[in-house]
Design a protein around this ligand. Structure first.
Ligand code: DX5
Ligand code: ZN
Length: 213
């Protein structure tokens, strides 16, 4: 079953409640992008926004940490309402410890890599993940162009997950739209993040339906 996770980075912050209701009604997860201006060259939003969304959300919050030393903030993001928390492999010294920390807080733990990191760098950690995310753009900004090599990366990662006897979903983030959703799910992705494709559309619900195929 494919899950669609609209990225709230592209939502209308003056009418956030309307966009939260749209996700509740038509999508599966809220994707929340947390940026620190250090790990990525951009800032986004923090706890007050996550808590506000959590109050109205009837779908789980999928929080994507693009911050250094995620271990410092994991607990607060879970307390703020995150059911899933992911962080970048190269943002911390001990990824396995952070995965364990997220699970200990009661959330699902995910590891993320940017398009320029070798897939193999994820392999030793997969057994400690509840999900794994491949960036299909370089983390930091919404509205970037999808990197085509992602299809092959999803395929190879899926093979490795199966080879290790694991059953964890692959999430893909960046430049995802109705035009590449089918190829991504055929390659093995199960969770698709989409920011601009959903929120810049005239009819976000129709885009989500089209992404489900
Ligand atoms: C990029 C973020 C993405 C972004 C996706 O750093 O992690 O989640 O909001 O936005 P689109 O779908 O517009 O690429
Ligand atoms: Zn993201």
């Amino acid at each position: 079953m494919i899950q669609i996770a609209p990225s709230m980075l592209s939502a209308d912050f003056l009418h956030l409640e309307k966009d939260v209701e749209m996700v509740n009604e038509h999508a599966d997860l809220f994707h929340l992008d947390i940026m620190d201006g250090v790990f990525v060259p951009n800032l986004s939003y923090g706890f007050p926004v996550v808590e506000a969304i959590a109050k109205k959300a009837s779908k789980p919050l999928d929080t994507h940490l693009m911050i250094i030393e995620p271990e410092k903030y994991v607990e607060r993001f879970v307390k703020a309402g995150s059911a899933m928390v992911s962080f970048h492999l190269n943002a911390t010294k001990d990824p396995d410890a952070v995965l364990a920390q997220i699970r200990d807080c009661g959330a699902k733990a995910g590891l993320v890599i940017n398009p320029d990191l070798p897939l193999e760098s994820l392999f030793p950690h997969l057994k400690n993940c509840d999900f794994v995310m491949l960036m299909s753009v370089f983390a930091g900004f919404g509205g970037q162009k999808f990197i085509e090599e992602t299809y092959d990366r999803v395929r190879v990662l899926k093979e490795e997950i199966v080879r290790q006897g694991l059953n964890i979903p692959i999430e893909v983030d960046g430049g995802v739209s109705a035009s590449n959703a089918k190829a991504l799910t055929e390659a093995g992705a199960e969770i698709l993040v989409a920011g601009s494709a959903v929120f810049k559309a005239e009819d976000p619900a129709a885009v989500i339906a089209a992404m489900r195929g």
